[in-house]
Design a protein around this ligand. Structure first.
Ligand code: UTP
Length: 283
Protein backbone atom coordinates (compact mmCIF):
# COMPACT_ATOMS: atom_id res chain seq x y z
CA UNK A 1 0.00 0.00 0.00
CA UNK A 2 1.27 3.49 -0.90
CA UNK A 3 1.82 5.60 2.22
CA UNK A 4 3.77 8.60 0.95
CA UNK A 5 2.72 11.00 -1.79
CA UNK A 6 5.64 12.17 -3.89
CA UNK A 7 3.96 14.39 -6.50
CA UNK A 8 2.11 17.69 -6.15
CA UNK A 9 0.29 19.31 -9.07
CA UNK A 10 -0.09 23.10 -9.11
CA UNK A 11 -2.66 24.28 -11.68
CA UNK A 12 -1.51 27.83 -12.40
CA UNK A 13 -2.77 28.37 -15.94
CA UNK A 14 -5.76 30.59 -15.03
CA UNK A 15 -5.58 34.26 -16.05
CA UNK A 16 -6.39 35.74 -12.62
CA UNK A 17 -8.88 38.24 -14.02
CA UNK A 18 -10.04 39.32 -10.55
CA UNK A 19 -6.61 40.83 -9.97
CA UNK A 20 -6.20 42.77 -13.20
CA UNK A 21 -4.35 44.99 -13.95
CA UNK A 22 -1.79 43.56 -11.45
CA UNK A 23 -1.95 40.18 -13.21
CA UNK A 24 -1.59 41.45 -16.79
CA UNK A 25 2.16 40.80 -16.85
CA UNK A 26 2.71 39.22 -13.41
CA UNK A 27 1.24 35.79 -12.64
CA UNK A 28 -1.31 35.84 -9.80
CA UNK A 29 0.78 33.15 -8.09
CA UNK A 30 3.81 35.50 -7.99
CA UNK A 31 1.96 38.13 -5.95
CA UNK A 32 3.78 38.34 -2.62
CA UNK A 33 2.46 38.09 0.91
CA UNK A 34 4.94 40.62 2.31
CA UNK A 35 8.13 39.21 0.70
CA UNK A 36 7.21 35.67 -0.37
CA UNK A 37 5.20 34.84 -3.51
CA UNK A 38 2.06 32.74 -3.13
CA UNK A 39 3.57 29.95 -5.24
CA UNK A 40 6.46 29.61 -2.81
CA UNK A 41 4.09 29.17 0.13
CA UNK A 42 2.44 26.44 -1.96
CA UNK A 43 5.69 24.64 -2.74
CA UNK A 44 6.86 24.84 0.88
CA UNK A 45 3.60 23.23 2.02
CA UNK A 46 4.13 20.40 -0.47
CA UNK A 47 7.77 19.88 0.56
CA UNK A 48 6.72 19.72 4.21
CA UNK A 49 4.34 16.90 3.23
CA UNK A 50 7.24 14.93 1.72
CA UNK A 51 6.74 15.76 -1.96
CA UNK A 52 9.80 15.47 -4.22
CA UNK A 53 8.23 16.18 -7.63
CA UNK A 54 6.45 19.44 -8.46
CA UNK A 55 4.24 19.57 -11.54
CA UNK A 56 3.11 23.03 -12.67
CA UNK A 57 0.28 23.27 -15.19
CA UNK A 58 1.07 26.57 -16.76
CA UNK A 59 0.54 29.10 -19.55
CA UNK A 60 2.79 31.30 -21.68
CA UNK A 61 1.97 34.29 -19.46
CA UNK A 62 3.35 32.49 -16.38
CA UNK A 63 7.04 32.19 -17.23
CA UNK A 64 8.01 34.07 -14.07
CA UNK A 65 7.01 30.99 -12.06
CA UNK A 66 9.56 28.85 -13.92
CA UNK A 67 12.21 31.55 -13.39
CA UNK A 68 11.43 31.73 -9.68
CA UNK A 69 12.28 28.04 -9.19
CA UNK A 70 15.36 28.12 -11.45
CA UNK A 71 18.85 28.81 -10.10
CA UNK A 72 20.22 32.29 -10.81
CA UNK A 73 24.05 32.09 -10.56
CA UNK A 74 24.50 35.81 -11.40
CA UNK A 75 22.21 36.85 -8.54
CA UNK A 76 23.90 34.41 -6.15
CA UNK A 77 27.38 35.69 -7.09
CA UNK A 78 26.25 39.31 -6.66
CA UNK A 79 24.75 38.61 -3.21
CA UNK A 80 27.90 36.74 -2.16
CA UNK A 81 30.18 39.57 -3.34
CA UNK A 82 28.03 42.08 -1.43
CA UNK A 83 28.22 39.96 1.74
CA UNK A 84 24.43 39.61 1.85
CA UNK A 85 24.68 36.12 3.35
CA UNK A 86 21.22 35.89 4.89
CA UNK A 87 19.44 36.85 1.66
CA UNK A 88 21.72 34.50 -0.27
CA UNK A 89 20.70 31.65 2.03
CA UNK A 90 17.02 32.49 1.48
CA UNK A 91 17.45 32.56 -2.30
CA UNK A 92 19.36 29.25 -2.33
CA UNK A 93 16.69 27.59 -0.16
CA UNK A 94 13.82 28.30 -2.59
CA UNK A 95 14.09 24.77 -3.98
CA UNK A 96 16.07 21.89 -2.41
CA UNK A 97 18.39 20.15 -4.90
CA UNK A 98 16.69 16.74 -4.62
CA UNK A 99 13.32 18.18 -5.75
CA UNK A 100 12.42 18.13 -9.44
CA UNK A 101 10.10 20.49 -11.33
CA UNK A 102 8.00 19.69 -14.40
CA UNK A 103 6.26 22.47 -16.35
CA UNK A 104 3.38 21.48 -18.64
CA UNK A 105 1.50 23.99 -20.79
CA UNK A 106 -2.28 23.72 -20.63
CA UNK A 107 -2.67 25.55 -23.93
CA UNK A 108 -6.28 26.56 -23.61
CA UNK A 109 -7.67 27.23 -20.12
CA UNK A 110 -10.54 24.74 -20.39
CA UNK A 111 -11.03 24.47 -16.64
CA UNK A 112 -9.44 23.05 -13.49
CA UNK A 113 -10.38 19.46 -14.41
CA UNK A 114 -8.64 19.82 -17.75
CA UNK A 115 -5.57 21.36 -16.05
CA UNK A 116 -5.33 18.36 -13.71
CA UNK A 117 -5.68 15.93 -16.63
CA UNK A 118 -2.71 17.66 -18.32
CA UNK A 119 -0.59 16.43 -15.38
CA UNK A 120 -1.30 12.74 -16.10
CA UNK A 121 1.93 11.95 -18.02
CA UNK A 122 4.05 13.44 -15.22
CA UNK A 123 2.11 11.89 -12.32
CA UNK A 124 1.68 8.36 -13.65
CA UNK A 125 -0.33 5.73 -11.84
CA UNK A 126 -0.04 6.86 -8.24
CA UNK A 127 -1.90 9.10 -5.77
CA UNK A 128 -1.01 12.80 -5.99
CA UNK A 129 -1.77 16.15 -4.44
CA UNK A 130 -3.49 19.02 -6.23
CA UNK A 131 -2.73 22.40 -4.68
CA UNK A 132 -4.32 25.71 -5.75
CA UNK A 133 -1.78 28.34 -4.67
CA UNK A 134 -4.27 31.19 -4.41
CA UNK A 135 -5.91 29.40 -1.46
CA UNK A 136 -3.32 30.15 1.19
CA UNK A 137 -3.70 28.03 4.33
CA UNK A 138 -1.58 28.81 7.38
CA UNK A 139 -1.37 26.79 10.58
CA UNK A 140 0.96 24.77 12.77
CA UNK A 141 0.91 21.75 10.43
CA UNK A 142 0.59 22.24 6.66
CA UNK A 143 -2.77 21.28 5.16
CA UNK A 144 -1.18 18.78 2.74
CA UNK A 145 0.66 17.07 5.64
CA UNK A 146 -2.66 16.74 7.48
CA UNK A 147 -4.28 15.26 4.37
CA UNK A 148 -1.41 12.80 3.87
CA UNK A 149 -1.99 11.61 7.44
CA UNK A 150 -5.70 11.14 6.69
CA UNK A 151 -4.74 9.17 3.55
CA UNK A 152 -2.54 6.86 5.64
CA UNK A 153 -5.62 6.10 7.76
CA UNK A 154 -8.34 5.77 5.10
CA UNK A 155 -6.32 4.92 1.95
CA UNK A 156 -8.84 6.84 -0.14
CA UNK A 157 -8.89 10.22 -1.89
CA UNK A 158 -9.04 13.22 0.45
CA UNK A 159 -10.57 16.62 -0.32
CA UNK A 160 -10.07 19.54 2.09
CA UNK A 161 -13.27 21.27 3.18
CA UNK A 162 -14.44 24.05 5.47
CA UNK A 163 -17.77 25.60 6.36
CA UNK A 164 -18.67 28.78 4.48
CA UNK A 165 -21.63 31.17 4.97
CA UNK A 166 -24.80 29.86 3.31
CA UNK A 167 -24.92 32.79 0.86
CA UNK A 168 -21.42 31.91 -0.45
CA UNK A 169 -22.13 28.34 -1.61
CA UNK A 170 -22.39 29.58 -5.22
CA UNK A 171 -18.64 30.27 -5.21
CA UNK A 172 -17.52 26.75 -4.22
CA UNK A 173 -17.84 23.03 -4.77
CA UNK A 174 -20.17 21.94 -1.96
CA UNK A 175 -20.22 18.42 -0.46
CA UNK A 176 -22.72 16.22 1.30
CA UNK A 177 -21.12 13.83 3.83
CA UNK A 178 -22.07 10.93 6.11
CA UNK A 179 -21.36 10.73 9.87
CA UNK A 180 -17.74 9.72 9.23
CA UNK A 181 -17.21 12.59 6.72
CA UNK A 182 -17.21 10.19 3.77
CA UNK A 183 -18.44 12.14 0.79
CA UNK A 184 -21.93 11.24 -0.47
CA UNK A 185 -22.20 13.94 -3.15
CA UNK A 186 -20.36 16.95 -4.50
CA UNK A 187 -21.84 19.73 -6.61
CA UNK A 188 -20.11 22.73 -8.22
CA UNK A 189 -21.25 26.22 -7.23
CA UNK A 190 -24.87 25.43 -6.18
CA UNK A 191 -27.37 28.20 -5.46
CA UNK A 192 -27.68 28.61 -1.67
CA UNK A 193 -31.26 27.28 -1.85
CA UNK A 194 -30.09 24.04 -3.50
CA UNK A 195 -26.76 23.49 -1.70
CA UNK A 196 -26.64 20.11 0.12
CA UNK A 197 -24.65 21.70 2.98
CA UNK A 198 -22.31 24.61 3.66
CA UNK A 199 -19.18 22.41 3.58
CA UNK A 200 -17.07 23.88 0.79
CA UNK A 201 -14.14 22.33 -1.06
CA UNK A 202 -11.00 24.45 -0.76
CA UNK A 203 -7.91 24.29 -2.96
CA UNK A 204 -6.32 21.07 -1.66
CA UNK A 205 -6.92 17.55 -2.97
CA UNK A 206 -5.20 14.19 -2.57
CA UNK A 207 -6.48 12.07 -5.43
CA UNK A 208 -6.04 8.50 -6.60
CA UNK A 209 -5.07 8.14 -10.30
CA UNK A 210 -8.55 6.76 -11.09
CA UNK A 211 -9.61 10.41 -11.39
CA UNK A 212 -7.55 10.71 -14.60
CA UNK A 213 -9.66 8.00 -16.32
CA UNK A 214 -12.79 9.88 -15.30
CA UNK A 215 -11.46 13.27 -16.41
CA UNK A 216 -10.85 11.83 -19.90
CA UNK A 217 -14.62 11.72 -20.38
CA UNK A 218 -15.75 14.62 -18.17
CA UNK A 219 -17.66 17.07 -20.32
CA UNK A 220 -17.96 20.80 -19.80
CA UNK A 221 -19.88 21.66 -16.63
CA UNK A 222 -20.51 24.84 -14.64
CA UNK A 223 -19.28 27.95 -16.46
CA UNK A 224 -18.63 25.88 -19.61
CA UNK A 225 -15.41 24.52 -18.04
CA UNK A 226 -14.18 20.96 -17.47
CA UNK A 227 -14.66 20.79 -13.71
CA UNK A 228 -12.57 18.72 -11.30
CA UNK A 229 -15.70 18.63 -9.11
CA UNK A 230 -17.58 16.63 -11.78
CA UNK A 231 -14.79 14.04 -12.01
CA UNK A 232 -14.72 13.71 -8.20
CA UNK A 233 -18.49 13.22 -8.30
CA UNK A 234 -17.92 10.36 -10.79
CA UNK A 235 -15.12 8.99 -8.56
CA UNK A 236 -17.71 8.49 -5.80
CA UNK A 237 -19.24 5.76 -7.97
CA UNK A 238 -15.96 3.79 -7.82
CA UNK A 239 -14.12 4.69 -4.60
CA UNK A 240 -14.72 6.36 -1.29
CA UNK A 241 -13.60 9.99 -0.89
CA UNK A 242 -12.97 11.63 2.46
CA UNK A 243 -14.02 15.24 3.13
CA UNK A 244 -11.28 16.48 5.43
CA UNK A 245 -11.86 19.39 7.87
CA UNK A 246 -8.35 20.81 8.06
CA UNK A 247 -6.79 22.79 10.93
CA UNK A 248 -5.61 26.28 9.95
CA UNK A 249 -6.68 29.63 8.57
CA UNK A 250 -7.53 29.91 4.89
CA UNK A 251 -7.17 33.08 2.85
CA UNK A 252 -8.72 33.29 -0.60
CA UNK A 253 -5.84 35.20 -2.18
CA UNK A 254 -7.59 35.09 -5.56
CA UNK A 255 -9.88 37.78 -4.10
CA UNK A 256 -8.76 41.25 -3.03
CA UNK A 257 -10.21 40.94 0.47
CA UNK A 258 -8.55 37.57 1.17
CA UNK A 259 -5.23 38.79 -0.20
CA UNK A 260 -5.23 41.93 1.96
CA UNK A 261 -6.26 39.89 5.03
CA UNK A 262 -3.39 37.42 4.44
CA UNK A 263 -0.94 40.30 4.09
CA UNK A 264 -2.12 42.00 7.30
CA UNK A 265 -1.96 38.73 9.29
CA UNK A 266 1.51 37.90 7.93
CA UNK A 267 2.77 41.41 8.76
CA UNK A 268 1.36 41.06 12.29
CA UNK A 269 3.54 38.02 12.92
CA UNK A 270 6.74 39.67 11.64
CA UNK A 271 8.60 41.17 14.64
CA UNK A 272 10.60 43.61 12.48
CA UNK A 273 7.47 45.03 10.82
CA UNK A 274 5.55 45.18 14.10
CA UNK A 275 8.26 47.14 15.90
CA UNK A 276 8.71 49.49 12.91
CA UNK A 277 4.97 50.15 12.80
CA UNK A 278 4.89 50.75 16.54
CA UNK A 279 7.86 53.12 16.21
CA UNK A 280 5.95 55.10 13.59
CA UNK A 281 2.83 55.01 15.82
CA UNK A 282 0.98 53.18 13.07
CA UNK A 283 -0.13 50.40 15.40
P1 UTP B 1 -9.82 30.41 -10.66
O1 UTP B 1 -11.24 30.07 -10.68
O2 UTP B 1 -9.30 31.13 -9.47
O3 UTP B 1 -9.47 31.22 -11.98
O4 UTP B 1 -9.02 29.05 -10.87
P2 UTP B 1 -8.29 32.19 -12.28
O5 UTP B 1 -8.20 32.38 -13.73
O6 UTP B 1 -7.02 31.74 -11.61
O7 UTP B 1 -8.71 33.55 -11.55
P3 UTP B 1 -9.94 34.56 -11.89
O8 UTP B 1 -11.17 33.89 -11.37
O9 UTP B 1 -9.96 34.82 -13.37
O10 UTP B 1 -9.57 35.79 -11.12
C1 UTP B 1 -8.72 28.18 -9.80
C2 UTP B 1 -7.36 27.55 -10.02
O11 UTP B 1 -7.39 26.72 -11.18
C3 UTP B 1 -6.40 27.11 -12.10
C4 UTP B 1 -6.09 28.56 -11.77
O12 UTP B 1 -4.78 28.92 -12.18
C5 UTP B 1 -6.26 28.58 -10.25
O13 UTP B 1 -5.10 28.08 -9.59
N1 UTP B 1 -6.93 26.90 -13.47
C6 UTP B 1 -8.21 27.23 -13.75
C7 UTP B 1 -6.10 26.36 -14.44
O14 UTP B 1 -4.91 26.05 -14.20
N2 UTP B 1 -6.62 26.15 -15.69
C8 UTP B 1 -7.89 26.47 -16.00
O15 UTP B 1 -8.30 26.23 -17.14
C9 UTP B 1 -8.70 27.01 -15.00
Amino acid sequence: MITSIRTAVFPVAGRGTRFLPATKAVPKEMLPIVDKPLIQFAVEEALEAGVTRLVFITHSSKRAIEDHFDVDPDLERALEAAGKDEILKTVKAILPKEVSCVFIRQGEPLGLGHAVLCARPAVGNEPFFVHLPDDLIRGDVGCLSQMAEQFRVSGSSVVAVENVPQDKTGSYGIVDVDDADRMKAIVEKPDPAEAPSTLAVVGRYLLTPKVFDLLETTGRGAGGEIQLTDAISDLLGHESVHAYRFQGSRYDCGSKLGYVQATIDAARTDPEIISALQGESLL
